[in-house]
Write a protein that binds this ligand. Structure first.
Ligand code: IPE
Ligand code: IPE
Ligand code: MG
Length: 224
């Protein structure tokens, strides 16, 4: 049985879900947040230590302003209303990605990270303005600037995910089979599960099914 330390998720399909319900794409984003809460709870039940959620990519800035605004408003409200609860649940929040938002949101993100920094039940890595290629370029710049030796360990140690084990598996919902610039380095040996359901329809049962499938996989890492 494979142990599970780290699960990464590309939460895709909110927009299509909203439209399918004859409502707006933003309605789908709102519903998607309910799934996030369910999956956080289920991760704790399964004793998972790290949960990395792709919430906004460096490419998502191409979307209409109205949708971007809605998404960041949703995040802001969520943190304002729920950070105390997350803290009580012993959850640590870490943002991965460049914090280049409004001053207000940046401060909220930093204070949320600070408030929960000593927690150790579950670490949630929220990928915000995250792009893997951008992360790698920044890492190589740090390495060059500090004259650090280039090797796998030093690259890993200068990514946003330093001190976090690589994901054991990745789930992408929304019936799309691509990585969309997510954790390209970190996922190099992760198992990948593409899920047909749109993110707002994904539930604890679906998650547990994937977890059970993962546990039984023979992981070779090049060996036989
Ligand atoms: C993923 O859902 C959430 C974000 C990118 C913020 P989408 O918004 O990409 O939903 P679809 O893929 O258009 O249905
Ligand atoms: C990936 O989903 C990003 C997030 C889930 C935050 P997208 O919907 O943006 O991916 P593409 O553009 O379809 O590849
Ligand atoms: Mg999408």
């Amino acid at each position: 049985m494979n142990p599970i330390k780290h699960v990464a998720i590309i939460m895709d399909g909110n927009g299509r879900w909203g439209l399918k319900k004859r409502k707006s794409r933003n309605y789908g984003h709102k519903k998607g947040l309910d799934t996030v809460e369910k999956i956080i709870k289920a991760s704790i039940k399964n004793k998972i230590k790290f949960l990395t959620l792709y919430a906004f990519s460096t490419e998502n800035w191409k979307r209409p302003k109205k949708e971007i605004h809605f998404l960041f408003n949703l995040l802001e409200n969520y943190l304002v209303n729920k950070i105390t609860q997350l803290n009580k649940q012993n959850i640590k929040l870490k943002i991965i990605g460049n914090k280049k938002f409004s001053k207000k949101l940046n401060n909220l993100l930093i204070s949320s990270e600070k408030k929960t920094s000593k927690n150790n039940k579950l670490q949630i890595n929220l990928a915000l303005n995250y792009g893997s290629k951008n992360e790698l370029v920044d890492t190589f710049k740090i390495i060059k600037k500090n004259n650090i030796k280039i090797n796998e360990k030093n690259i890993s140690n200068n990514l946003f995910t330093k001190n976090i084990p690589d994901p054991d598996f990745l789930i992408r919902t929304g019936n799309t089979q691509r990585l969309s610039n997510f954790l390209l380095w970190q996922l190099s040996y992760s198992e990948i599960f593409f899920e047909k359901k749109l993110w707002p329809d994904f539930n604890e049962n679906d998650y547990n099914k994937i977890i059970n499938k993962f546990k039984k996989i023979k992981r070779n890492y090049g060996n036989i």
